[in-house]
Design a protein around this ligand. Structure first.
Ligand code: NAP
Length: 299
């Protein structure tokens, strides 16, 4: 196993092993519910990739694999590294106007020359087809209540499904989110607030991070720093969702020092195999939802 050591190391103080929250299992369950809908609605997902970022290539492969798993139509527009903004915007406009395309994403990161243009590229995507849920319209709707979370950002959407799959209640519980990105930290905080959790959000400028993480019933870490959260920073019985993905000599690891945190946790996501598969399955769900709403004539 590349992720963590043997199951015996997962025993915390009560001599109970931390439950491993398998994103693969929960993602398979979600995809199984989507398959009949895909058959009925026949949506199509498009991924636009610019350049050859190796991590992106691997994420895109996962996305197409999940499309195949539910027999969803998909296509890949792969543009060269030196693609100009005008060309990319032109493609976005064509995809917006193509009735055969249900939803599309522009895979990030973009090459350096385009990276600073991400906000205007995201703004140009038709909210009806914004299956990444990164645009202001879909983010704004998500703010209102659970009923308006039609196209939430894929990772937070996946985390909510993961918690539901493992029947982990959030109502009235103290959730501490570390990280406040627009794609993970902020939206998961809002989605769990919508579900009656009490939410604390921490970031770079948070003073005494450990004093806050120790209060968490559910700790969600989305920072991108291997080993940021250690066992002494969590309380016994905490549920830990580790979103981080960091390449190290030991392979891909999360933001938590897995062994010391799992020794105290009641449940924890592995990296890889935790949040990653949920993000992909949640993107597929957004594409199905987008099709349902397009048929119904709503945004
Ligand atoms: P991001 O945009 O770089 O945001 C990182 C956040 O962490 C920022 O809000 C930053 O605070 C905060 N932060 C940095 N250092 C900190 C510290 N020492 N203490 C507390 N907070 C700190 O990253 P992201 O896009 O949210 O991604 C976070 C991680 O999740 C990355 O490893 C990424 O690869 C991974 N990820 C995984 C998936 C998946 O599907 N598994 C999906 C998305 C992202 P400031 O705002 O103050 O700078």
């Amino acid at each position: 196993m590349t992720v963590h050591s043997s199951i015996s190391s997962l025993y915390h103080g009560n001599a109970m092993p931390a439950q491993i929250l398998s994103g693969r299992e929960a993602a398979d369950a979600l995809l199984a519910t989507l398959k009949p809908k895909v058959k009925k609605l026949d949506p199509k997902l498009v991924v636009v990739q610019v350049g050859n970022d190796p991590a992106s290539a691997s994420y895109i492969k996962q996305k197409f694999k999940s499309c195949e798993a539910v027999s969803m139509r998909s296509s890949h527009i792969h543009l060269p590294e030196e693609t100009k903004l005008e060309t990319l915007m032109d493609i976005v406009m064509k995809l917006n106007g193509d009735p055969d395309v249900t939803g599309f994403i522009v895979q990030v990161p973009l090459p350096p020359s385009l990276q600073s243009h991400i906000p205007e590229i995201v703004r140009a995507i038709d909210p009806k087809k914004d299956i990444d849920g990164f645009g202001a319209y879909n983010l704004g709707k998500m703010f209102l209540s659970v009923e308006f979370e039609h196209l939430p950002p894929a990772t937070p959407g996946g985390i909510v499904v993961l918690l539901e799959h493992y029947k982990i209640p959030v109502k009235g519980r103290h959730v501490v989110v570390v990280g406040r990105s627009n794609t993970v930290g902020k939206p998961i905080a809002v989605m769990l607030l919508n579900r009656d959790a009490t939410v604390t959000v921490c970031h770079h400028h948070t003073k005494n991070l450990a004093a806050l993480t120790r209060q968490a019933d559910i700790l969600i870490v989305a920072v991108g720093k291997a080993g940021l959260i250690t066992g002494d920073m969590v309380k016994e019985g905490v549920v830990v969702i580790d979103v981080g993905m960091n390449k190290t000599e030991k392979g891909l690891v999360g933001d938590c020092d897995f062994d010391s945190v799992a020794a105290k946790a009641s449940a924890i996501t592995p990296v890889p195999g935790g949040v990653g598969p949920m993000t992909v399955a949640s993107l597929i769900r957004n594409c199905v939802r987008a099709k349902e709403r397009q048929i119904a004539g709503g945004k």
